[in-house]
Ligand binder design. Structure first.
Ligand SMILES: NC(=O)c1ccc[n+]([C@@H]2O[C@H](COP(=O)([O-])OP(=O)(O)OC[C@H]3O[C@@H](n4cnc5c(N)ncnc54)[C@H](OP(=O)(O)O)[C@@H]3O)[C@@H](O)[C@H]2O)c1
Length: 339
C-alpha cells in the first residue's frame, strides 16, 4: 500500500495572527527515494516564533515560504528508506522537514540533514537545548552578549525555549541571572527549576520596579527575545558598556502596524552600550562545541530542559499560535508520530 503524507501548506499571507484559512491541509502519496535521496518519517517538529516571519513577503535572512508550499519547520525523524550512502534506514536524523508526516530529502546539505545521537537526548531535547534554540542561546549569550562572570544578565521570554538555556548558561558562567516571564507559574519555574536568581512577572507586576529590585547594580547583558515595551524598559537600567542581544521581538511579529522600535535607544549613547542582532545559523560550524557543553552540564545535573509536546499534526495551526499567547510552557514541539 502506498504511504500517504499529510501536510500543512501556506494558503495565504496572514494579516496579524495566522488564521485557519491561511493554511491548506493536504494529502499526497509518498514517493520512493531516487538516487541520492533520503525518505524521512517525521517524528517531532519544532514550532518556532520565526515561522510567523517566514510567512511574510519581503527581505529577511531567509526566503519566505511560497504560497502553496509545505510550511517550513525543523524536525527530528527516522530514515524510512535511503538511496544516499550517508544515511541508512533506521537512523535518527534532524533537519528542515516541514509540517508533514514524511519528507523526501533531495539535497541532504540544503535540508541540514544530519544524524543525531538518541543517547544524548530525546527527540524533543534535540529540538530544544541540543538544537536550534539551545544554539541560539549559547552563542547569543557568549559571543554576541560577551557575558562574563559577575555580569548581571537579564533575559526576556525566560521560561521559553531560548530563554531557559540563556539563563542556565549564564548562571554556569558565574553571572547574576534575572528572568522576565508572563505569570506566576512560569516565574516559579524560572527560579526554582532553571535556578535563575530572580524572575519578574511582566504581566502581574511592575517591570521597572522589578528591575530596580533585582538588578541593584544595573544590567550588563540584556538578552532580548521579545522587543517592544520590555526592551524599552530594560534600556533604562543598562550599565556602561552593556550588550543588548537582539535575538527576537515576538511582541511585534503579528503587528498590523509598523514595528515599535525602542524610544529609549539614546541610553546606548549614554551608557556607551551596543545592541547587536544575531542569526543562529551563522554559528553552525561550531554547534558541536555548544552541544558538548550542554550535554556535559546536563550529565552533571547543572542543566535541565523543558519541552511542551502537543500531539497531532492536524493541530498545527492552533498549536503554533500558542507561542504568541504565551500558552506554551517550555519549548513547543508538535508530535507527529511515535519514535
Ligand atoms: N535570532 C535567532 O537566530 C533566533 C533563533 C531562535 C529564536 N529566536 C527568537 O527568540 C525568541 C524566543 O523564541 P523561542 O523559540 O524561545 O520561543 P518561546 O520563548 O519558547 O515561546 C514564545 C514566548 O514568548 C512570550 N511572548 C509571546 N508574546 C509576547 C509578548 N507580546 N510580549 C512578551 N512576551 C511574549 C511568551 O512567553 P510569556 O508567557 O513569558 O510571555 C511565549 O511563551 C523569539 O523572538 C524568536 O523569534 C531567534
Amino acid at each position: 500500500m502506498t504511504l500517504q503524507n499529510r501536510q500543512y501548506r501556506l494558503a495565504a499571507r496572514p494579516v496579524g495572527l495566522a488564521k485557519h484559512s491561511d493554511w491548506k491541509f493536504t494529502t499526497e502519496a509518498v514517493a520512493d527515494p531516487a538516487d541520492g535521496q533520503v525518505l524521512v518519517k517525521v517524528l517531532q517538529l519544532s514550532l518556532d516564533p520565526a515561522m510567523r516571519g517566514w510567512m511574510n513577503e519581503g527581505r529577511s535572512y531567509i526566503q519566505p515560504v511560497g504560497i502553496g508550499e509545505v510550511m517550513r519547520a525543523g524536525g527530528v525523524g527516522k530514515v524510512a528508506a535511503s538511496k544516499n550512502p550517508g544515511f541508512a534506514a533506521g537512523d535518527l536524523v534532524a533537519g528542515i522537514f516541514g509540517i508533514q508526516e514524511y519528507c523526501l530529502v533531495a539535497d541532504a546539505k540544503q535540508s541540514g540533514l544530519h544524524k543525531i545521537d538518541p543517547r544524548m537526548g530525546t527527540p524533543a531535547q534535540w529540538l530544544n537545548a541540543l538544537g536550534m534554540p539551545g544554539m541560539t542561546a549559547y552563542f547569543g549569550l557568549l559571543e554576541v552578549g560577551q557575558a562574563k562572570a559577575g555580569d548581571t544578565v537579564v533575559v526576556s521570554g525566560a521560561a521559553g525555549a531560548v530563554g531557559q538555556t540563556v539563563g542556565q548558561v549564564a548562571r554556569i558562567k558565574g553571572c547574576r541571572t534575572v528572568g522576565i516571564a508572563g505569570g506566576k507559574a512560569k516565574c516559579d519555574f524560572v527560579v526554582n527549576e532553571l535556578k535563575y536568581d530572580a524572575c519578574i512577572d511582566y504581566k502581574g507586576g511592575n517591570l521597572r520596579d522589578g528591575l530596580k529590585e533585582h538588578c541593584p547594580k544595573g544590567v550588563d547583558v540584556y538578552f532580548d527575545n521579545v522587543g517592544g515595551e520590555i526592551l524599552d524598559t530594560v534600556l533604562t537600567r543598562i550599565n556602561r558598556g552593556a550588550r543588548i542581544v537582539i535575538c527576537g521581538a515576538i511582541s511585534q511579529y503579528n503587528n498590523t502596524t509598523p514595528v515599535k522600535g525602542p524610544s529609549n535607544y539614546m541610553m546606548l549613547l549614554v551608557a556607551r552600550a551596543r545592541m547587536q542582532g544575531m542569526v543562529v545559523f551563522d554559528y553552525a560550524d561550531r554547534y558541536g562545541v555548544a552541544i558538548k557543553d550542554i550535554a556535559q552540564w546536563t550529565k552533571e545535573g547543572k542543566f535541565i530542559s523543558r519541552e511542551d509536546i502537543v500531539p497531532g499534526i492536524e493541530n498545527f495551526p492552533a498549536t503554533m499560535n500558542k507561542l504568541f499567547s504565551g500558552e506554551n510552557f517550555g519549548k513547543l514541539v508538535l508530535k507527529v508520530a511515535e519514535a
